[in-house]
Design a protein around this ligand. Structure first.
Ligand code: ATP
Ligand code: MG
Length: 601
């Protein structure tokens, strides 16, 4: 029954090729497994209180973790870290990871976000369903359980209804050095609190007039333990429960109960919850005394958030960018959302590699966004077929090209994988080259095209530049050259000519004209919010540029989300929204080299 769990710490995790690097969370889990701490737990196949699980078979999962987003926005790269961690641990230790919507806060939550989150987690490569279990949960399904436990806490003397105004309550919590003041309602009889709690539930009190509070210790050095609020009144429509409830549980109350109902063994969260752990434990201990839960209780473990440079990871701030039109929606390819990264051309593998490689730590720090970009290059270098794109086209006329001559060149689909075959594309008397590849008066060290110089047309012929045409403003409108007919790449004559420049090109008569979107980082500053700055003031005004490019004709067959390396320009993806077969639109996912870190800009 429990055969897929490692019997000893260090036992080979199932389904991974090489064991991932250890970290303090893995060490904790391994110690728990070795001590048999979670053995004997039972699992009814769905969440429930102890009475539900007690009669059920042993839990087939060695550990249970969960990923618990609030559906109030799209997931971002920081969430990816939590997803990789929680689902990864469950996978590696014979456990299960639950997908749980922490939707106890009625005001900001929407079905659109639920759908987007489900899509993002699946896209990243994780699932919560197998032939035995479907671990997709909504905390709002536990509203009855939360409430029942609240009544018990009141009855048992662990909670009371405080009838102070919000204003009065704000005066009382004390400071780090001074204890708080007890509420005058703290010692009201349990019966009276219970009656008030029921009246709150029944909608008989106005918002802000009554609050259910835990009765812990107003002198605790930990502010979270000074009689924290458990339930508040909100006459708000909930995206799933509608107007069935007008009281809603606080996060600190709901979260440990959600974990316990779901048999979570290791509840992994970010560092800012460290000071909340005593409350998490206090609540579950009380509820275990009340018979709601059996031991061992879930254990909260905190780790440092992922903080990549040059972006912000806060749903609230990302929502602000969307709402103010500073970006074109949640899936704008410049956004650090998973929907945006996907549209930008990121692969799930590259994001997982970045998250797993960023380590698990107890100390907050910044991680260079260049590491994410490099993870994508590393992934796509092997996978992406090569293609040619001229992003800033300038006409090249080969004056000695015989009228009517049709010729073809060939190039490898992937230079390091000959088994992937060749691609063929036509060459003719008029080509497109990059404007920057020609200089009428070459700067020092310029190896490309200038009058009198010879270069090779990549995969084609050697040409010699003879001059250029200009318009009235002096802007070059076309370049002229002659080609050397016996110099074609792949023929015996090719090696006779030694040239330094090697230009990419596409045949003007055959080129596929397409929109290409060139993206750069959304923020100019590595830490967009440093020194109390508003992140919107640190935005990069040149983060998006749209060009009409001339592409290798084979790209007409690109399907949405097909990825390519455009030689010299970087990795590109056919936009999953706007690209159509035959009429592709490409996004640049990443350049071939880091142009920020190297100071070359
Ligand atoms: P936001 O401020 O963006 O809304 P949050 O932490 O409030 O973030 P939740 O939806 O509550 O967002 O997060 C779901 C899970 O993802 C939580 O367990 C949270 O700790 C984790 N998480 C969120 N941001 C990060 C991050 N930058 N790094 C690691 N984990 C994160
Ligand atoms: Mg949140």
């Amino acid at each position: 029954m429990r055969d897929n769990r490692p019997s000893k710490p260090g036992g080979k995790p199932s389904g991974v090729a090489s064991p991932p690097p250890s970290n303090f969370i893995r060490t904790t889990i391994e110690a728990d497994l070795q001590a048999g701490r979670h053995e004997g737990r039972r699992w009814a196949g769905h969440p429930g209180v102890a009475a539900v699980h007690r009669q059920a078979p042993l839990d087939p999962a060695a550990i249970r973790t969960r990923f618990p987003p609030e559906p109030n926005g799209y997931l971002h790269i920081g969430h990816a870290k939590s997803i990789c961690l929680n689902f990864g641990l469950a996978r590696d230790y014979g456990g299960r990871c639950h997908m749980r919507f922490d939707d106890t806060n009625p005001e900001k939550e929407e079905q659109e976000y639920v759908d987007a989150i489900v899509n993002a987690v699946r896209w990243l490569g994780f699932g919560w369903k197998d032939e035995h279990e479907d671990n997709l949960y909504f905390a709002s399904d536990y509203f009855d359980a939360f409430y029942e436990m609240a009544e018990w806490l009141v009855t048992a003397g662990h909670a009371y209804v405080d009838s102070q105004s919000a204003e009065e309550m704000r005066m009382n919590p004390g400071t780090l050095t001074e204890p708080g003041r007890n509420s005058p309602f703290r010692d009201r009889p349990a019966d009276e609190s219970l009656r008030l709690l029921r009246e709150m539930r029944d909608g008989r009190h106005a918002e802000g007039t009554q609050v259910l509070r835990a009765k812990i210790d107003m002198a605790s050095p930990n502010l979270n333990m000074r009689d924290p609020a458990l339930y508040r009144i909100r006459f708000a429509e909930h995206h799933r429960s509608g107007d069935r409830w007008c009281i809603y549980p606080m996060y600190d109350y709901a979260h440990p109960i959600e974990d316990a109902l779901e048999n979570i063994t290791h509840s992994i969260c970010t560092l800012e919850f460290e000071d909340h752990r005593p409350l998490y434990d206090w609540l579950l201990e009380r509820l275990a005394e009340g018979g709601f839960f059996d031991k061992p209780l879930p254990q909260q473990i905190e780790f440092a958030r992922l903080n990549p440079t040059y972006l912000v990871t806060s749903k609230r701030k990302l929502r602000e960018l969307v709402a103010t039109g500073l970006v074109d929606g949640w899936d704008d390819p410049r956004m650090p959302t998973l929907a945006g990264l996907r549209r930008r051309g990121y692969t799930p593998e590259s994001i997982r590699r970045f998250c797993d490689g960023s380590g698990v730590s107890k100390a907050n720090s910044w991680i260079d966004i260049g590491a994410l970009e490099q993870a994508l290059r590393d992934d796509l270098d092997d996978k992406a077929p090569r293609a040619v794109a001229v992003l800033d086209p300038l006409k090249l006329i080969i004056d000695n090209w015989p009228v009517g001559l049709e010729d073809e060149c060939e190039a490898p689909v992937h230079p390091k994988q000959p088994e992937r075959g060749k691609r063929r594309f036509p060459i003719g008397g008029e080509l497109w080259i990059e404007r920057e590849d020609f200089a009428e008066e070459p700067p020092k060290g310029f190896f490309r095209l200038y009058p009198g110089n010879r270069v090779r047309l990549r995969y084609g012929y050697v040409i010699e530049c003879t001059g250029c045409d200009k318009d009235a403003d002096g802007r070059v409108t076309a370049v002229h050259a002659n080609y050397l007919p016996d110099s074609k790449s792949g023929t015996p004559g090719a090696d006779v000519y030694k040239v330094k420049g090697n230009l990419h090109w596409v045949s003007a008569a055959h080129a596929l004209e397409a929109e290409v979107r060139l993206f750069d980082r959304l923020y100019r500053e590595a830490q967009p919010e440093a020194e109390g700055r508003d992140h919107k003031d640190a935005m990069n005004p040149d983060s998006k540029r749209v060009v009409r490019a001339m592409l290798e004709p084979t790209l007409a067959g690109a399907l949405p989300e097909d990825r390519f390396q455009f030689e010299r320009h970087g990795y590109f993806v056919a936009d999953r929204v706007d690209s159509k077969p035959g009429a592709p639109v490409f996004n640049r996912a990443v350049t071939l080299k880091d142009s920020w870190g190297g100071g070359k800009r």
